[in-house]
Design a protein around this ligand. Structure first.
Ligand code: AMP
Length: 635
């Protein structure tokens, strides 16, 4: 049976594993390491990938490409992307489609093209290690990755020559690696402190099903920050001793960076680290050497606040999941930084239980991905696992000229599919409807993110409110969204698969949820206003139609009264600051009058096919469940 590998494509490092006779094994790279730095460089004209690229990073900054995961599948104009661009030394520009492009040698390429080079090295190294061709893979992504980031990651795999069987969430992969599904129902926390980012996820596990309940994190908190603190410390110590500032010296900085990371790692197992960098620089008096001894306690002092910061996110994830820390049965440690004793101590202090590290934290995600890959390949040595993830934010569409209508609520388990068939037109003879797909928690469309839009055309002429459209949202296991609109009468349909959607990372998810909470009262008032206006306009329309169609049956006085009242109502809601209560009472009154007229018509001709009484709708301004919802109006 051909092997399917599991790949952890990390911001800093990647790892790849496979399953042999039910046992996962991590592949060793050609350089003899189980971790492959996710770094690509151009050295003169040749491309280098992995550790060799990482080792020349500081001296060749413009041609060394790292942290590409921060850019993959994202929008250039995104504020978080802008922040990353500022920090990254290579050239980045906006692509024609609004995404990101990186100057790679003489070309401009998409981030996935560079990630593909890392994946291609992984593929070659795995093939050399296994002695066979590998074409299929499962790749992991952070739980908060949106569909565009997932799709771009999948593309990177494709460019590298992989058939990507599944994109799965990193915390889920970590939980799979621990085989936690076989231990009965439990709630676990995955604490992932890597080279550049911190993520925490709360998962529910039971009956072989994994469900991500919440995620939180900090996209700019990781091992690199710990290293930077040490580099700053080294520079300041050297300046104190020698009066020389090493900040501007690229070659010295590269050596300091490597020394900092090495010292940090040493201090995870030793109490003291010696830093020794001979000939770090020179002045008129001759060469200078850098020597320093650092104790674990000193180091912990220098970086303690960075560790503390992770717990802000942990608390957030717990509160989002509606849990107390005591509800967590198990804490899984992921990422190289979780080997640091201070991290382990603080995790234990916080949760009151030790973080589980028995599966190597650098490799646990790749191992879980490999187990999932084996299941997908039908490897009977591995028990079946079902993956369930959730959507981080609600998905829906714009209705009634400005409202967000949620189709898939936030935290729905995916894959999922939902159809609603009560959409209709807003004006007579409307030739098309625009379907604007939105993501977010705010009741007003304009406050949410537009993921994409499309138009369903050729609607046969019909009075407003009569055509019916079914809208289907299908979110697959990889988090990729397909939206379809169908004219129920003609069966004509139109759809989009959202691949160019905008980025949404944890910080932003949190921000959006928070904003929705903060603006709840204000938003509700605006929505009530919008609904009141819509209901009023709809009633005006129906009244006008009633008068036109049945003028002789309802009598002139009554027709005039209805016309006057509906004109007045129309005028009332044409003002932006109309009084909601006044409109509601005018609405109720008009409903009453039109019902009386309707009754008169009916008494005369029980088969009259005029308007439907709107009595129930009058009682409140909420849409009734089976009342059609107006789609976007197309002028
Ligand atoms: P990851 O992104 O999960 O590969 O994590 C990489 C980060 O973990 C880098 O910042 C490494 O320097 C750091 N790291 C790796 N091993 C250790 C260790 N034993 N102690 C502390 N940090 C480590």
């Amino acid at each position: 049976m051909a092997k399917v590998v599991g790949i952890d494509l990390g911001t800093t490092n990647s790892a790849v594993a496979f399953v042999q006779a039910g046992k996962p094994e991590v592949i060793t790279s050609k350089e003899g390491s189980r971790l492959i730095p996710s770094v690509v460089a151009i050295d003169n004209t040749s491309e280098i990938v992995g550790i060799t690229a990482k080792n020349q990073m500081v001296t060749n900054p413009e041609q060394t490409f790292y942290s590409i995961k921060r850019l993959i599948g994202r929008r250039y104009d995104d504020a978080a992307v802008q922040k990353d661009i500022e920090l990254l030394p290579f050239e980045i520009r906006k692509s024609d489609k609004g995404g990101v492009e990186i100057r790679f040698g003489n070309e401009w390429v998409a981030p996935e093209v560079i990630s593909a080079k890392v994946l291609a090295k992984i593929k070659t190294d795995a093939e050399a290690y296994l002695g066979e061709t590998i074409t299929e893979a499962v790749i992991t992504v952070p739980a908060y990755f949106d569909d565009s980031q997932r799709q771009a990651t999948k593309n990177a795999g494709k460019i590298a020559g992989f058939d990507v069987k599944r994109i799965i969430n990193e915390p889920t992969a970590a939980a799979i690696a621990y085989g936690l599904d076989k231990k009965g129902d439990s709630t676990i926390a995955v604490y992932d402190l890597g080279g550049g980012t911190f993520d925490v996820s709360i998962l529910d596990i039971g009956d072989g099903v994994y469900e991500v309940r919440s995620t939180a994190g900090d996209t700019h908190l990781g091992g690199d920050d710990f290293d930077q603190r040490l580099i700053d410390h080294f520079i300041s110590e050297f300046k104190k001793e020698q009066g020389i500032d090493l900040k501007e010296d690229a070659a010295a900085l590269q050596r300091l960076k490597e020394a900092a990371e090495k010292a940090k790692i040493t201090l995870s197992s030793s109490e003291v680290a010696d830093v020794n960098l001979p000939y770090i620089t020179a002045d008129a008096k001759g060469p200078k050497h850098f020597r320093l001894q650092l104790t674990r306690a000193q180091f912990e002092n220098i970086v303690g606040d960075l560790v503390d910061k992770t717990f802000d996110s942990v608390k957030k994830a717990l509160s989002d999941a509606g849990l107390e820390k005591s509800d967590v049965h198990e804490v899984i440690m992921v990422g190289g930084m979780t080997r640091m004793p201070l991290v382990l101590r603080k995790v234990e202090e916080f949760f009151g239980k030790k973080g589980n590290q028995s599966v190597n934290p650098d490799e646990v995600v790749a191992v879980g991905a490999a187990l999932q890959a084996a299941v997908l390949a039908g490897d009977s040595s591995v028990q079946d696992i079902t993956l369930l993830d959730v959507t981080p934010l609600s998905l829906g569409l714009e209705v009634n000229a400005g409202e967000m209508h949620v189709i898939i609520p936030r935290n729905t388990t995916i894959p999922t599919e939902k159809t609603e068939d009560m959409f209709t037109t807003a004006v007579d003879n409307q030739p098309a409807i625009d379907v604007k797909v939105l993501q977010g928690e705010r009741p007003l469309a304009k406050d949410n993110k537009v993921l994409g839009s499309f138009r369903l055309e050729d609607i046969p002429p019909a009075p407003r409110g009569t055509p019916r459209f079914a809208i289907t949202f299908k979110l697959d296991a990889n988090g990729i969204l397909n939206v379809k609109a169908k004219d129920v009468k003609t069966n004509k349909e139109q759809s989009i698969t959202i691949t160019a959607s905008t980025h949404m990372e944890q910080e932003e998810i949190d921000k959006r949820v928070r904003e929705a909470e903060e603006n709840k009262a204000k938003d509700e008032e605006v929505v009530t206003r919008l609904k009141t206006k819509n209901d009023a306009e709809s009633l005006v329309y129906q009244t006008e139609k009633l008068v036109k169609d049945y003028k002789d049956k309802i009598g002139e006085d009554s027709a005039k009264e209805l016309t006057d009242k509906s004109t007045a109502l129309k005028e009332m809601v044409s003002k932006d600051d109309f009084n909601i209560d006044e409109v509601k009472s005018a609405y109720d009154e008009l409903v009453q009058k039109s019902q009386d007229a309707g009754a008169k018509i009916y008494a005369e001709d029980p088969n009259a096919a005029g308007m439907q009484p709107t009595g129930e709708a009058a009682a409140n301004t909420e849409k009734k469940k089976d009342e059609p919802i107006e789609g976007e109006v197309v002028e």
